[in-house]
Design a protein around this ligand. Sequence first.
Ligand SMILES: [Zn+2]
Ligand SMILES: [Zn+2]
Length: 369
Amino acid sequence: MPSIALPSKTLAMVQTAPRKLEAQDLPIPEIGDADALLRIDACGICGSDYEQFAGVLKTPMPVIPGHEPLGTIAKIGDGAAKRWGVDVGDRVAVETMLSCRFCPECLAGRYHLCRSRRIYSYLPLSEPPGLWGSYSEYMYLDPNSIVHKIDPALPPEIAVMFNPLGAGFRWAVEIPRTGPGDTVLILGPGQRGLACVLACRQVGADRVIVTGLAADARKLDLAREFGADHTIDVQNENTKQRVRELTDGRGADVVVDVSSYSTEPVTEALDYVAPGGTIVLAGVKGFKPIPNFISDKIVLKEISIRGAIGVTSTGYASAIRMIESRRVPLEKMHTHEFGLRDAELAIRTLAREVPGEESIHSCLIPGRD
Ligand SMILES: [Zn+2]
Ligand SMILES: [Zn+2]
């Protein structure tokens, strides 16, 4: 079986309780014909990592977090090599979700909604072979993994952006079918909001507007640098009026909500969207009900509302093409990288728990401890 020289153990950060991560040396498992081992080059960190860490998202424990893996194939079964079209030494971006490929959702092409969907980093250490997350030097790749080759010459902290950028393409372009002539309003300037800007620009959207808080000034600057035509500080400007002015009174053809927790953007999106327009809801709100939600506005304006969870292969492929083109200064979005042992600091930095640090895109890079 093709393999690089492998150690017998891997360093992994294991979550044993809410807000408790510990470094452990775990055995590197044997693999079979249909699976593989990945040596992690970088692991992206996103908002849900914080929720998992804090115990808000239900997770079996102990568990290895990390569901945005970029790595190099270290060992692979002949069957997997043939089926996935990759070999030892190839760098790959790994999709987060594992689907069965046979249920009605999978067969309809909605594999991310698979009825027996499993998600990397939410499978416990007790489920063999245990290495289900990428807060680790090595990770196990299940036979149902979906991997995308990506240029090994790219810096790992840039290549690993395939995940947030993929979300930009799926949420702001693929789902609402954004194209030339469209005005897109993006609510929230985090890494996924910025990715939405880049994706909209890539497909020729006419006008891109981004909203954020006063504290998001740096992110809003970056949004303009990435091609947003206008940004709105929702705390110091009248957003409704500004949107009206900027869209000649019509509203935006597409409104994408990537803000988390706050429910106001959902209510307000009904006012921002143009007649016949589409609202994409991609930010989770902790299962809070939406106050003052007036459904008649949906009826009278014939608004389409779509939910978006995760990214699928086409979005990842567009993201990887953008990264490999090297035409976008993505490094401007990258703010922090940490070694594995600093995973907790990484999560707390992202969650604004570390004074003076503002994170946009951050990742773990094994070996940079
Ligand atoms: Zn994520
Ligand atoms: Zn399925």
